[in-house]
Design a protein around this ligand. Structure first.
Ligand code: FES
Length: 182
């Protein structure tokens, strides 16, 4: 007597393994894509490219005609996953050249990115890494100059008569042109 076997459904274990592999594959693609989208839409990143205008000092703290002074730049910072409240994001040099006129320079050396300091005796900015020098007004010094461009000047606003606000941006180093770093 012939025995007719009925068709059996595919083994359940194989089906579950395939499903799990599909889900894991989808997650492995979705996570980097989500991080990329979040980073692109991140408001801090957009503000950095455009330049955040931040309060850096009071006008009263800058003596008229005094030497450039270094001030930290403090801001809230967010990356794709976290919020970092009030962190230093850099430093600027401020110099008051008029009753209500202040100039600002990025403290990052445009040669290769070290931090410059101001030598009050020599009345020059100096970079410790490769010896670049800049005049007090930011012009590069030396013949030939180590740096391909002057110190990077930043836009300044005086608000409420005594608040010094700076549009803080960073720029590519090693280039003759001032190119905003994104
Ligand atoms: S980084 Fe300043 S001189 Fe090179």
């Amino acid at each position: 007597m012939n025995i007719i076997h009925s068709l059996t459904p595919p083994p359940r274990r194989g089906f579950l393994e395939k499903s799990l592999a599909l889900v894991l594959g989808a997650i492995s693609l979705a996570v980097p894509a989500a991080a990329g989208i979040a980073a692109f839409l991140n408001p801090w990143r957009q503000k950095t490219e455009a330049g955040q205008t931040l309060r850096v000092a009071s006008l009263a703290s800058l003596p008229l005609g005094g030497s450039p002074q270094s001030f930290p730049v403090i801001a809230d910072r967010n990356d794709a996953w976290s919020h970092f409240p009030t962190e230093p994001i850099g430093a600027v040099f401020l110099q008051r050249i008029g009753e209500s006129t202040v100039v600002a320079f990025q403290s990052i050396c445009p040669h290769a990115g070290c931090g410059v300091s101001f030598d009050a005796a020599a009345k020059q900015f100096h970079c410790p890494c490769h010896g670049a020098k800049f005049e007090a007004d930011g012009r590069r010094s030396g013949n030939p100059s180590v740096s391909l461009r002057d110190l990077d000047a930043l836009d300044v606003e005086i608000r409420n008569e005594d608040e010094v606000w700076v549009r803080f941006r960073k720029f590519k180093t090693g280039t003759p042109d001032k190119i905003v770093r994104t």
